[in-house]
Design a protein around this ligand. Structure first.
Ligand SMILES: CC(=O)SCCNC(=O)CCNC(=O)[C@H](O)C(C)(C)COP(=O)(O)OP(=O)(O)OC[C@H]1O[C@@H](n2cnc3c(N)ncnc32)[C@H](O)[C@@H]1OP(=O)(O)O
Ligand SMILES: CC(C)C(=O)C(=O)O
Length: 564
């Protein structure tokens, strides 16, 4: 059997009984470093052109990144040229540090510094793999041999930097494949490197702990980070950075727990592009902080621009469910979600803390419109349909009509199988409830109230054959119903009716909705008019028309009607 779990060996947890990170709470944003232009770029089918790199670099600067890994200049001419272009064309803001990656190999380190000549400040990031698998199978070296590569690399980084005293240098070292490295050995190599660099003597140093391959649950990674923070020399002079990958789908969680475990700095890419399943997604992690009321120190309000630039540069489209950025992440199709969102938004007052069911953040903050929040398909319910009519057409439906109309929409959704847009919902409402048949159109009414009640005189019908009738009752609806019975023999029993004043921007001022039985048949209708009485009477006639058919029943002669 090819699919055989016995092929795999479980990752051993860290034997750490004194872990403190589970009780920590993240209260401020870490230092961010975007590695889109290096780790992100090295994973693309078609690496970015210089123009694409420039576009992405400009975006990263605009978002507020102060540390940006721009490439691996010793690896390829385009990476080298891009680095030169940024420096020579003075495109790096004074408060931004560029970072470049190099293997711990002399010729590559030399070439890296050539690329950086003239930079005001830069981070030189040198790495070699320390994991058991790479030691044994890739390098064929023991621990001492691997440590020597790191020390030689660190020594050369320091020596060559001294040739360029006008640049403000930060040194960064990564024990690549840290997650597959024994902790004591990782600490041993880190100490050997920092013994060369001496952060305690003023040299800025970053030690980056990469989950080059994510191998365990994030809690194990947090244990590893905490252990390193507790066991390396010069910890207080070092910035501990994390660089997680997403092989198990937990890169963001691992980075978050890693910060709780003591890390100061996080590397990642926008939208998580990167090797295999990607790097840690900076957008998600920063927005997670934002949603907890913590300033992420990045401005991610222009999410549409972010996704557009990332897509253009990586040629990878954004998943519609991508946290915070996907097209559908603020949209509810399902009925109970829509109902809850509608109720929460309606109760929300300006200045309230955000507390809306199903929406972890206010979509508006990332440039999304409330229009997208509720969309209708066959999974939707009355709340969603009512929300769309209210939001887009200022039509408020009474609860009984919401229930009834949502069945009309549901049927349409089941028939067409997909989404029903707002325009179609409105058309369905018009067709089903607002249609006025000529014979039953209200032409005029006159209501007279005295101590006996209301006396109504109503004219309905077309220009050419208007019909006038009269009736009386306790209110207008009862009086007109009385008239309908006398003149047309239609017995009306009103079960529910509601009137609403409409907001500005509509032609009509009032909406009335009515449900009744006419000659024993259940019907409902609505009407828009300039005043509430006209709307109510028209709704009554439209409902009656449904019961008796669009052909007006023969009117009784006024004398016969009097006799009824
Ligand atoms: C986890 C990460 O993402 S690390 C970053 C990885 N990114 C990249 O590799 C993208 C850019 N890299 C490249 O373009 C190329 O690898 C280059 C130009 C840097 C080097 O190219 P080459 O020397 O032709 O080939 P290659 O990368 O296969 O070299 C591997 C050799 O370097 C050694 N090596 C690999 N990594 C390191 C390192 N970090 N430090 C020291 N030596 C290293 C290997 O053991 C191997 O040695 P061998 O030739 O004695 O067997
Ligand atoms: C070079 C290091 C930081 C890296 O990219 C990784 O390990 O994934």
């Amino acid at each position: 059997m090819a699919f055989d779990h016995r092929k795999y060996v479980a990752f051993k947890p860290v034997a750490k009984k004194d872990r403190r990170w589970p009780d920590q709470v993240i209260e401020k944003a870490p230092t961010w470093c975007a590695v889109d232009l290096r780790d992100g770029n090295q994973s693309l089918i078609k690496p970015m052109s210089v123009a694409q790199k420039q576009r992405l670099f400009d975006l990263l600067v605009k978002l507020g990144f102060k540390e940006i890994e721009i490439g691996f200049p010793a690896a390829s001419q385009p990476d080298f040229d891009f680095c030169r272009k940024l420096i020579e064309e003075n495109r790096i803001p004074d408060d931004v540090k560029i970072q470049v990656l190099t293997q711990a190999r002399p010729e590559l380190i030399e070439r890296t510094y050539e690329a950086l000549e003239g930079a005001k400040q830069a981070i030189v990031h040198v790495y070699n793999s320390t994991s058991t698998v790479q030691r044994e199978q890739v390098f064929g070296l023991d621990r001492a041999g691997i440590r020597e590569i790191a020390v030689n690399g660190a020594t050369l980084v320091k020596e060559i930097a001294a040739r360029y005293p006008d640049t403000d240098w930060t040194f960064q070292y990564s024990p690549e494949s840290f997650t597959g490295t024994e902790l004591d050995f990782a600490a041993e190599v880190i100490d050997a490197v920092t013994e060369v660099w001496r952060p305690d003597q003023g040299q800025p140093v970053i030690i980056n702990l990469p989950a080059t391959v994510e191998m365990s649950t994030p809690n194990v990674f947090a244990d590893q980070v905490e252990w390193i923070c507790e066991n390396i020399r010069y910890r207080e002079h070092i910035s501990i950075s994390l660089h997680t990958h997403n092989d198990r789908g937990c890169a963001v969680a691992a980075a978050e727990l890693g910060v709780m475990a003591g890390a100061d700095r996080i590397e990642g890419t926008l939208m998580g592009n990167g090797e295999r399943t990607g790097n840690m997604d900076l957008v998600t992690m920063a927005m997670n902080l934002y949603s907890q009321g913590i300033d992420p120190t990045l401005d991610l309000s222009g999410m549409a621009e972010i996704t557009e630039v990332v897509e253009a540069c990586t040629e990878i489209s954004t998943h519609p469910r991508h946290p915070y950025a996907g097209e559908l992440v603020f949209t509810a199709f399902s009925g109970s979600h829509q109902d809850a969102i509608r109720k929460c938004l309606a109760r929300r007052k300006e200045g309230d803390a955000w507390n809306v069911a199903y929406l972890p953040i206010d979509p508006f903050d990332v440039g999304r419109r409330y229009e997208e929040v509720v969309r209708i398909n066959s999974q939707s319910g009355k709340g969603g349909v009512a929300y769309v009519l209210e939001r887009d057409y200022d039509i408020t439906l009474p609860r009984w009509l919401q229930i009834e109309f949502s069945k009309v929409v549901q049927k349409e959704a089941e028939t067409n199988g997909g989404e029903i847009d707002s325009h179609t919902i409105h058309r369905l409402f018009e067709d089903r409830y607002l249609k006025v048949h000529e014979d039953w159109s209200l032409r005029s009414y006159d209501l007279h109230r005295d101590e006996e009640g209301v006396r109504a005189e109503v004219v309905v019908g077309s220009d050419t054959s208007p019909v006038t009738f009269e009736g009386c009752g306790l209110g207008a609806v009862e009086a007109v119903s009385d008239g309908l019975a006398k003149r047309f023999g239609v017995t009306v029993a009103v079960e529910a009716y509601d009137e609403f004043a409409l907001g500005e921007g509509t032609n009509a001022n009032a909406l009335a909705c009515i449900r009744l039985t006419a000659n024993g048949q259940h019907c409902s209708a609505a009407a828009l008019a300039e005043d509430t009485t006209s709307a109510t009477l028209q709704a009554l006639f439209s409902a009656v028309a449904q019961a008796v058919g669009t052909d007006m029943p023969a009117a009784k002669a006024p004398e016969a009607a009097e006799a009824v």
